[in-house]
Design a protein around this ligand. Structure first.
Ligand code: TXA
Ligand code: MG
Length: 309
């Protein structure tokens, strides 16, 4: 059920969360499937509903930095990054405090927690009123394309109570930065760029897409049903063509003017649209490997990878 985020609907959402039930939550990146992070049974429902492998930990969302203090070991780098980029599409992986009340299932038994403050008025309002952290992975079935509208969420979870926050503005998941090593590591490229992070805390490393660093970051992910062919100059017979930049011929165009931000906001939506038509595959034009292009190519490579799930 898709509902507009009126005060009454927010009250209802809070009741669901307190009762250990799930809701669909808009953020600036993608929609989340949210539960009270401190209730084991509620967190277990996320894994069950998404059909998610239980070794794949969840991101914990809060409205303020203070709410995380009892859960993670904070340090100077985390402080600088949080002050600069939160609320926003940056997830920080930090050592988990032994006394944290967050469900161990949410962090898949790891000694770390992934946390962020989302930049969306509905999410922030709800998190403030809830007063506790919410565990929220992207609101899609495991391995499938992430949702950027409430309608996408309803396609995968028809019975879910979904707060409608409109189409997400970023369209790709948050950047995940591991701060538990001496040199921080980007585990997943996303809305905040490596250069932006380095400007604040100095050198960081990028994980190469062939190794799985974040648990559960399988190669095949974000996958539509149809096979994907990347760096295509044009479609082969039967294929849909997802273009980028000015072109004579395309079924859909990520950004006619070749803007990476627009392409990021359109990617998951357009993959879904082309996946529903009568094609044999989806050919995707090449996207430059700079700025947000890194995150875009990361998602495309996973969407095109052999389906190993
Ligand atoms: O933008 C986002 O981050 C969205 C919105 C809803 O906030 N959430 C999202 O969650 O993308 P999900 O579950 O689809 O992806 C979470 C990623 C997974 O790849 C997981 O392995 C990683 O975060 N992760 C979670 N906890 C971790 C931890 N303690 N250490 C390393 N990676 C972790
Ligand atoms: Mg996801």
């Amino acid at each position: 059920m898709i509902v507009s985020p009126t005060p009454k609907a927010l009250e209802e959402a809070l009741q669901f969360l307190h009762a250990g039930d799930l809701i669909g939550l808009p953020t600036e990146t993608v929609y989340g499937l949210a539960a009270d992070a401190t209730q084991d049974l509620a967190v277990a429902k996320i894994f069950e509903q998404k059909n998610r492998p239980s070794l794949n930990p969840l991101i914990i969302h809060g409205a303020t930095q203070t709410i995380f203090q009892e859960h993670v070991e904070w340090d100077e780098r985390a402080q600088l990054l949080a002050n600069t980029f939160w609320p926003g599409p940056l997830t920080l992986v930090l050592p988990r405090k032994l006394t944290s009340s967050i469900s161990l299932l949410a962090s898949a038994g790891l000694e770390t927690l992934a946390i962020r403050i989302p930049h969306h008025p509905v999410a922030l309002d709800l998190l403030k009123k809830f007063g506790k952290p919410l565990a929220a992975p992207s609101a899609n079935r495991s391995g499938k394309v992430s949702p950027t509208t409430a309608e996408h969420v309803a396609e995968d979870f028809p019975n879910l109570f979904i707060l409608n926050g409109g189409a997400t503005t970023i369209g790709l998941e948050s950047t995940i930065l591991d701060l538990t090593s001496t040199i921080p590591f980007i585990l997943r490229p996303g809305g905040i760029l490596r250069e932006e992070l380095e400007a604040v805390i100095g050198p960081i490393q990028m994980h190469d897409s062939d190794t799985i660093k974040a648990p559960g970051m399988m190669k095949s992910h974000y996958a539509p049903h149809l096979p994907l062919r990347l760096n295509a100059l044009g479609p082969q017979p039967g294929e849909a063509f997802l273009a980028f930049g000015p072109t004579a011929q395309s079924d859909l165009n990520l950004s006619i003017t070749g803007e990476l931000q627009e392409a990021a906001a359109n990617l998951f939506k357009m993959l879904r649209l082309l996946d529903q038509m009568e094609f044999t595959g989806i050919a995707v034009a090449s996207i430059p490997m700079q700025g947000l292009g890194l995150a875009l190519n990361d998602r495309l490579q996973r969407a095109a990878a052999p389906r190993d799930l």
